[in-house]
Design a binder for this molecule. Structure first.
Ligand code: SAH
Length: 361
C-alpha cells in the first residue's frame, strides 16, 4: 500500500483512538475535507471512475423532469414549492430536468431550486452548469426551507457510509472495524458493538459465521427526514440507485477506480466507495415517517413506462445514422436488463396513496 496523505491520516487516527468503524472509514475516504474522494476530483464521465445515467443521455433527465412536473400537477400544483436535487454531481441531471420544466411556466413560477452538495469542488461545477438560474446550495437536508418538496436523488444513497455487521462464531453480530496490522496496513476486524436481534432479518440465525449484514443508518435517517417533510407539507421524492428490494445478507461494498473494481483498502480517498442500496429499508423509513411509498420498480420499467423509446425516436429523427446509433446505445445502456435497467431501482415517496406515473399496477 503506497503512502498517501489520507492513508497517513487514517493510520494516525487508528493509532491514537483504536480501530474505527467501517462507516467512518467510508466517510473519511469519500468526504474528508482535504483528501476525500468527492472533494478532490470530479469522478464522473469517460476520464473519471464511473458514468451515471444522466451522463449517459439527456433522455434520462428529461424523463425524470417530466415525472416531477406530472406529479406536481397530480398534487394540485402546490405553490410555492422547493425543487431539490440531492448530490447533483456535474449538474447534468438538473439541467435536463429544467429544460423540460420550462415548458410549464406555472411550475417554474412556483419553484424555488435547492441543491444539496457536500463537495465544494462539485458545487463549483454545478454553479457553472446552472449559471443564470436562481438556486441555493446546502450542505445537508436540514437547511431546506419548509414547504412542499419535489426531490430527486440519483446515485446518492449508494455513496452514504454504511456499517457492516458480521456473524461471529458464537452467533453474535458484531460491527466490523478497520484497524492496522503489524505492517501498518489497513485490515478488517470485529468491534464490540453488537446488532440487537430485532434488527436482524428472519434468516439471520441460519446463515454461517462470517456472513455480513449491511446497515445504512445514514441513508435511513435521511430518507426519514425527507419523508417527514413530504408527509407534513406534501410533494414527492424519487430515489434512483443500484440496489435490492428485499433485505439480504451479503456484502456489496465496492471500490471502483478508472471503471474497474479494486480492493476497498487499495486507494483510500482515490477510489469510489459505494454499496448497493437496501430499498426495503428506505421504504420502511419513509413509511415510519407517515409517508406513502411506491415501488421500488426497476429503472427499465420506470423509463419505458414513461416513454423512453418514443422520446428516443423523436430525438433521433432527422439525425445522422451515427447519432441515431449513439441514441440506441444510450437507450440500451439505461434500460437493458444486462446493463442499468434491472440493477437500478426507482422508489417514489408521496403523502397520498395515489400512485404517481409509472408506479401504477
Ligand atoms: N446525481 C449525480 C451524481 C452522483 S455521485 C449523477 O447522477 O450524475 C454522488 C453525488 O452525491 C456527488 O455529487 C457527491 O458529491 C454527492 N454526495 C455524496 N455524499 C453526499 C452527502 N452526504 N450529502 C450530499 N451530497 C453528497
Amino acid at each position: 500500500m503506497e503512502s498517501t496523505p489520507l492513508l497517513d491520516k487514517l493510520r494516525r487516527y487508528i493509532e491514537t483512538d483504536g480501530p474505527m468503524s467501517l462507516a467512518r472509514y467510508m466517510e473519511l475516504c469519500l468526504s474528508d475535507p482535504q483528501h476525500g474522494y468527492y472533494m478532490t476530483r470530479p469522478p464522473f464521465g469517460q476520464e473519471g471512475d464511473f458514468i451515471t445515467a444522466p451522463e449517459v443521455s439527456q433522455l434520462f433527465g428529461e424523463i425524470v423532469g417530466a415525472w416531477l412536473v406530472h406529479t406536481w400537477v397530480q398534487q394540485g400544483c402546490p405553490a410555492p414549492f422547493n425543487l431539490v436535487e440531492f448530490g447533483p454531481g456535474r449538474g447534468t441531471l438538473i439541467k435536463d430536468i429544467l429544460r423540460v420544466a420550462r415548458l410549464r411556466a406555472d411550475f417554474m413560477a412556483a419553484m424555488n431550486l435547492h441543491l444539496v452538495e457536500t463537495s465544494p469542488r462539485l458545487e463549483e461545477i454545478q454553479r457553472t452548469a446552472l449559471s443564470g438560474t436562481n438556486a441555493t446550495w446546502h450542505k445537508g437536508f436540514g437547511s431546506i426551507p419548509e414547504g412542499p418538496i419535489f426531490l430527486v436523488a440519483n446515485e446518492l444513497f449508494d455513496a452514504l457510509p454504511i456499517q457492516h455487521f458480521q456473524k461471529a462464531q458464537d452467533g453474535r453480530w458484531l460491527e466490523r472495524s478497520v484497524g492496522l496490522n503489524e505492517d501498518r496496513e489497513l485490515t478488517l476486524g470485529l468491534g464490540i458493538i453488537e446488532l440487537p436481534p430485532h434488527a436482524l432479518p428472519p434468516n439471520a440465525d441460519k446463515v454461517e459465521a462470517g456472513s455480513v449484514l449491511e446497515i445504512g443508518a445514514m441513508g435511513i435517517a435521511l430518507m426519514g427526514a425527507i419523508a417527514k417533510q413530504i408527509k407534513t407539507h406534501g410533494g414527492a421524492a424519487l430515489i434512483i440507485d443500484y440496489g435490492y428490494t428485499r433485505t439480504q445478507i451479503g456484502e456489496t461494498l465496492q471500490a471502483i477506480k478508472s471503471h474497474q473494481f479494486c480492493d476497498f483498502f487499495r486507494y483510500p480517498g482515490g477510489s469510489d466507495l459505494s454499496s448497493h442500496v437496501n430499498f426495503e429499508a428506505l421504504a420502511a423509513a419513509a413509511k415510519a415517517a407517515g409517508a406513502h411509498t411506491h415501488g421500488a420498480i426497476t429503472q427499465a420499467d420506470f423509463l419505458l413506462r414513461l416513454g423512453l423509446l418514443e422520446r428516443a425516436g423523436q430525438l433521433g429523427s432527422g439525425q445522422s445514422p451515427d447519432e441515431q446509433e449513439a441514441i440506441r446505445v444510450a437507450v440500451e445502456r439505461l434500460a437493458a436488463d444486462n446493463q442499468m435497467g434491472n440493477l437500478f431501482k426507482v422508489l417514489a415517496v408521496t403523502n397520498t396513496q395515489d400512485a404517481p406515473a409509472a408506479f401504477t399496477g
